[in-house]
Design a protein around this ligand. Structure first.
Ligand code: ZEM
Length: 364
């Protein structure tokens, strides 16, 4: 009966195979893009997944892919999201066929399918995002602005990541160096020590907030540490290499053109081209962008060019230009992390991310 059917539906717990079906459908639709751009919706779907995840703010724990708030105004109308209605409309078709999937899961799975089907590495992924409301939509300005420099890039990506609070009793903490902090009530000095390696690595990344050390209780003295796991320079560079895919549209961002000669195949060409071509400012009425001197058919955004100008970024960009395997490995890890920003761990249906299979792998 209808009542039974509704009940079955309500109790429906999708399995990994059900998510694989959604992946397969996305992969299919991605290719139904005859007259669109370079014949694939893959790049714009990846951009949707990125813009839904990249709004995360670790300090307020807002944004990120969890609530898929780009469905709502004004977030859907933010300048950075111009053109993503194309991707959202494609995903709406898939959602109609698989109404049990949350938008956040659907959109990030779309990003995974885009990378994997366009020849990129496997992106570990797992479901668990839930649909939110318009009240959870994020303010404008959280996504990077392509006209800016390295400080801006770092500020944007450093805002993402997550904060983990460690509480520890004194007794387990071994070794050097130690940091002294004073007891907030009794005024006595206590020592906080960390394994040397952990401390120096964390300090180098500026992601260990020792100011937050405090004593939790007078009777069971323990310390809290705020460890900030934010994106670092290596991850910023790795993620930026997604511009191997797709193109800029003057009616969306104002910029124009593709970054590589193969915008529907994921490669490390973005980095190779950054080093191998001579990049000159394009002479036109549009926003400041670069073009390759030899053909004038490729482009770089100011933020892309920063990756070979900034010393720390450049080191990673060079490593990725020279080593595709290294690039795939690092990109996969960074993207998987990006897609999970702000999703409470307990929401995930599995403790380990899954490997979704490509269409080709399923044929084999
Ligand atoms: Zn993009 N990106 N992006 N990006 N992006 C565009 C297009 C695409 C920046 C940016 O301003 C722009 C990441 C990072 C950054 C993709 C994926 C990822 C466009 C052109 C701009 C202006 C939009 C248009 O006109 O259609 C900036 C400043 C970034 C900072 C680092 C990350 C991270 C990405 C994924 C992991 C993709 C796939 C596109 C191509 C979209 C398409 O429609 O072809």
């Amino acid at each position: 009966t209808g009542v039974q059917a509704a009940k079955v539906k309500a109790n429906f717990v999708p399995s990994k195979e059900d998510y694989q079906k959604v992946y397969n459908r996305i992969a299919e639709i991605m290719d139904e893009a005859d007259d669109y751009d370079d014949g694939s919706y893959g790049p714009v779907l990846l951009r949707l997944a990125w813009h839904s995840s990249g709004t995360y703010d670790k300090d307020t724990k807002t944004g990120g892919s969890n609530y898929a708030t780009m469905r709502f105004e004004p977030e859907s109308l933010h300048g950075a999201n111009a053109g993503l209605n194309v991707a959202r409309e494609i995903m709406e078709k898939v959602k109609k066929e698989f109404p049990w999937i949350s938008y956040g899961d659907l959109w990030t799975l779309g990003g995974v399918a885009a990378i994997q089907e366009m020849g990129g590495p496997n992106i570990p992924w797992r479901p668990g995002r839930i649909d939110g409301t318009a009240a959870e939509a994020t303010p404008d300005g959280r996504l990077p602005d392509a006209s800016q420099g390295s400080d801006h890039l770092r500020n944007i990506f450093y805002r993402m990541g997550y904060v983990r609070i460690y509480t520890s009793r004194f007794d387990f903490l071994p070794t050097l160096p130690s940091v002294t902090t004073s007891h907030p009530i009794k005024g006595e000095v206590v020592m906080l020590s960390l394994p040397l390696g952990t401390y120096s690595r964390a300090a180098a990344r500026k992601d260990l907030d020792l100011r937050a050390c405090s004593i939790l209780s007078l009777w069971t003295p323990s310390l809290t540490l705020r460890r900030i796991h934010r994106f670092n320079d290596q991850e910023i560079v790795a993620l930026s290499g997604a511009h191997a895919l797709g193109r800029c549209h003057s009616n969306r961002s104002g910029y124009e053109g593709p970054w590589t000669f193969s915008p529907t195949t994921f490669t490390n060409d973005f980095f190779k081209l950054l080093f191998d071509e001579k990049w000159v400012w394009k002479k036109w009425n549009g926003p400041k962008q670069l073009e390759d001197k030899s053909t004038g058919s490729l482009m770089m955004l100011p933020t892309d060019y920063v990756l070979v100008q900034d010393k720390s970024f450049k080191k990673f960009a060079k490593a990725y230009a020279d080593d595709m395997e290294l690039y795939f490995k690092d990109f996969s890890a960074a993207l998987a992390r990006l897609f999970e920003l702000g999703v409470p761990t307990q929401q995930f249906v599995s403790s380990e991310p899954w490997k979704m299979r490509t269409v080709d792998e399923q044929k084999a």
